[in-house]
Design a protein around this ligand. Sequence first.
Ligand code: GAP
Length: 485
Amino acid sequence: MSKATIEKISNLCKRRGFIFQSSELYNGINGFWDYGPNGVAMRRALEQAWWNYMVEARDNVEGQDSTIICHPQVWKASGHVDQFADIMVDNKISKKRFRIDNLLEQQSPEVLQALADSFETEADVAKLEASFETQVEQKTELVKVILNDCKVIDPSTKKPGDWTEPKQFNLMMQTYVGPVFDEDHKAYLRAETCQPIFINFHTIATSMRQKVPFGIAQTGKAFRNEINPRNFTFRSREFSQMEMEFFCHEEEAMDWYNYWRDERLKFYKDVLNFRPEATRTHDHEKLAHYAKAAMDIEFEFPFGWGELEGIHHRGTWDLSQHAEHSKQKLEYFDQARNERYIPTVIETSVGLDRLMLAILCHAYDEDEAETQKEGKETDVRVVLRLPAVVAPVQVAVLPLSKKLSESSEKIHKDLQKNFRSAHDVTQAIGRRYRRQDEIGTPLCVTYDFDSEEDNCVTVRDRDTMTQERISLDELQGYIFNKLNA
Ligand code: GAP
């Protein structure tokens, strides 16, 4: 069981230059986060690990990088302008605002039953939520009365609230393109990275001479005006996604769905070394009308299980919508089948920031017994057991004394050609080990007075804390093998 709490993780992230509030100087801005030197190194390495696994290691997946602002019709066609909304209610007593789905999840069976009776539906949260959506569109005043009559509890006060009429809030962030600020110049910051993939499908298939089945991947920023950003970076307003859309024939779609689910689970196990119990899969009970299957890969965060990644069978919905709105034919001619059709899409979609949070929680450890092995200090050792592929520093070179720093810097410069290396000179060696443990550095290389004579250094392993004397001639190879073990 992980020893991480969100408070410990966010404190460590700030203390060690991983992640902190954006615009902190002005008391921060809710739902926005900045990455410091260690954070950005880890984030780039993680994005690269995903890109390597999903694009570079495959012949049937291409990459792309689109603009954040697209033609506004893209978001009309995708349904975001009309439907990408959350239903919200306010409690006039506590002045707190809730998303209806979150509020329902926190009600007792009695309250849920009372609501179900009022809406003439089943007391199942998913069914109630669906019923709410239609009711809110049609008669919000009545819904307000029902919420109050059914004594819906405000989770923050644990007492029935004085509820306002429910309202729909669109989550798209808006801006204007050009010098005129009117409806005709309104544009949106993309709410997901996948839509520009759909609209580029034909251009990419043609330019790369790809034949269905094949995929297109993209990583980059997405923006959502989340009503309730929370749990550190878990739900942010500006975040990055890593998405892959795989285009195939409808008949093969479920096979590809299963294939990509397994591939993504393999990524967590083999590339990120997640413990088997850290993730689980969850099939969606409620499917979009066009979808044949959808599931989440969930991670056990300190605040409970949460969605990490979605695997979605999107049918032909996206390409059909863009064909209709653009009045372009988005059909594909399959020579092997001698058939013209709109490809079916299987999507894998994970949040880069959310995954980074999961990795930090997974890696966080406090160990007392191990500390004692190193002699003097008996304090709790905080250590991030990060996989080497994403560790911001993969190897740190530490001269035992400042007097030795000229020689140790040479070693560091040499290592820097092949690894993310740091040269850490100041403070006692024990403190420097602790500092490197806290940022998850897998290996520390210590250069001491004997090194001057024997041309050897001591390599300390973060996890086992064992130390080995290694000849400088063999150091690069030794480190390579250790980091790739
Ligand atoms: N194209 C499909 C799509 O965007 P989604 O379930 O809305 O699906 C996919 O988002 C992933 O993006 C999520 O599983 C999560 O990892 C990440 N994500 C979504 N909203 C987020 C937010 N507000 N903050 C951080 N990550 C988010």
